[in-house]
Design a binder for this molecule. Structure first.
Ligand code: URA
Length: 217
């Protein structure tokens, strides 16, 4: 069994709110229907993004209430980017956008070349002015961490201000890989499972997230 490097573990925020844990357990059940799975994933994503955004900078804004002028706080800077790792990342988008509706959305598509085992990009589209934006990469499962780390490497070429990684489930292998390649990227997850099986699935996990979101199993 792979153990988590303590420095890598310190780079992970485990979101253990009771609502998050409850919904995650319902999603793990093999009898959860496609529609329940999708709904729960979006509800979870909405709860989790709240924690991911906790350190967003604020600026003062002078406004008029119906009674007087006052100064309130609003989020500073250019709009956040949600970078979805295709295809399962798309299952998280509605949930995060329900809480941060003004965010921009980018997509990263990678596949693993069976001969070289290297990640090959087949799609990459990000909003403009990436240098002025913070990015949250979204992918429900951080398993081996190889494609997630490759997606982050590709995103770094756009020089965003910061990158965070939001997943539902991860495991020691994924956490260690991400930390080794990108120690500057904090991972937000609802659970750290035991590890990977011989087919690269997280155990006990929830199966193939993409298949369960899109009903392709
Ligand atoms: N991707 C999935 O969808 N599930 C896993 O368990 C691992 C990778």
């Amino acid at each position: 069994m792979v153990t988590i490097d303590p420095a890598a573990r310190a780079n992970v925020t485990l979101i253990d709110h009771p609502l998050v844990q409850h919904k995650l357990t319902l999603m793990r059940k093999k009898e959860a229907s496609t529609s329940s799975f999708r709904r729960l994933l979006n509800e979870l994503a909405g709860l989790m993004i709240y924690e991911v955004c906790r350190d967003m900078p604020l600026q003062d804004l002078e406004i008029e209430t119906p009674l007087e002028t006052t100064t309130g706080k609003v989020i500073d800077g250019k709009k956040l980017v949600f970078a979805s790792v295709l295809r399962a990342g798309n299952g998280i988008l509605d949930g995060v956008l329900s809480v941060v509706p003004g965010a921009r959305v980018g997509h990263v598509g990678l596949y693993r070349d069976p001969k070289t085992l290297q990640a090959v990009e087949y799609y990459f589209k990000m909003p403009s002015n990436m240098e002025e934006r913070d990015v949250v990469v979204v992918d429900p499962m951080l398993a081996t961490g190889n494609s997630a780390a490759a997606a982050v490497t590709r995103l770094k070429a756009c020089k965003p201000k910061s990158i965070k990684f939001l997943c539902l489930l991860t495991c020691p292998e994924g956490i260690n890989t991400m930390y080794k390649e990108h120690p500057d990227v904090r991972i937000f997850t609802a659970a750290i499972d035991r590890g990977l099986n011989d087919h690269g699935y997280i155990m006990p996990g929830l199966g193939d997230a993409g298949d369960r979101i899109f009903g392709t199993q």
